[in-house]
Design a protein around this ligand. Sequence first.
Ligand SMILES: NC(=O)c1ccc[n+]([C@@H]2O[C@H](COP(=O)([O-])OP(=O)(O)OC[C@H]3O[C@@H](n4cnc5c(N)ncnc54)[C@H](O)[C@@H]3O)[C@@H](O)[C@H]2O)c1
Length: 315
Amino acid sequence: MHNDIKKVVCIGSGLIGQGWATLFAAKGYGVVMQDLSEDRLQSATEQVALNLKFMEDNDRLQKGEATWAAKRILTTTDLAEAVKGADYIQESVFDDYAAKKKVFKQMDALAPSDTILASSSSGLLMSEIQTVVARPQRCVLAHPFLPVHLLPLVEIVGGGQTSLQTVQLTCNLMETLGKIPVRLKKEVSGYIVNRLQAAVLREAIDLVASGVASAQEVDTAFCTGMGMRDPFIGPFLRAYLAGDGIQSFVENYSESYRLRWESMATWDAISPLMQDTLVKSVNEMAIVRQNSLEKIKNWRDKMLMEILKLDRSCR
Ligand SMILES: NC(=O)c1ccc[n+]([C@@H]2O[C@H](COP(=O)([O-])OP(=O)(O)OC[C@H]3O[C@@H](n4cnc5c(N)ncnc54)[C@H](O)[C@@H]3O)[C@@H](O)[C@H]2O)c1
């Protein structure tokens, strides 16, 4: 494992793989995108070109750089060819252990022995994936967020056999991309953000399924309430500010939180009935009824650009 990373390989060119390819190319790395079919690679290449153009139009790349960045990306369906001479590989195939293990075993056999093998998984444990490789010390999780080329966070966590050097080098590489790596002290299913999202989503679904509010009302409440502060205030700073510091928050709000927690949902699977209510309610939301999925994604990216312009440091 070494610091001098020049060639990066993105295995899987779906939503996440194409986002990684966009970002690596934008930051000057030579990139190879690999997938199972030429068709997938063709549509990923088209999307990467749009992503790069969006970055250029929003001053994330200098004028004319998008075209050059796109030229840094090669594509192939041949895994052995893709990983030849790779310094860092970012895997973004389907999110199940069988698929990840198959690809990790192949990457481990075909890539140079010191190449870092990182997974984009949204919740699987590296300790389990790395059981199938001969060099588990170089395997790490680097979990990004959509859209990968715009959102800064990446969660980094090794498995039981991952070396500290692999984790550190991956954090360093992420910083060169302008990402903010948050390093977990130990593995847990779903890492940090997806656990928080899962908690909020369960309660949101429950509020809709139990008739308290529609999907539209829940989303409006979220976005105009806690969501307004979310871009710069996390749950702990919010609690700190809700009282006169965290000690007073704990003293004053423990009982009201206990009552909320006591009455909150604890189910761990969406029942068929809940599913029907959820699908109907989300499809009735004005933004969903009036716009295509593509249009909503473009709007999300434009809104994100505005939020990213904020100076979120407290001075
Ligand atoms: N979608 C998200 O919001 C999100 C966010 C963060 C992380 N992730 C994680 O990123 C990974 C990819 O997610 P996605 O949303 O891009 O999925 P996707 O379905 O859009 O893309 C997966 C791609 O992997 C390719 N693929 C499958 N098996 C392959 C193989 N053996 N070799 C090469 N390519 C192969 C598929 O052809 C497809 O193009 C998953 O682990 C997912 O959990 C997803």
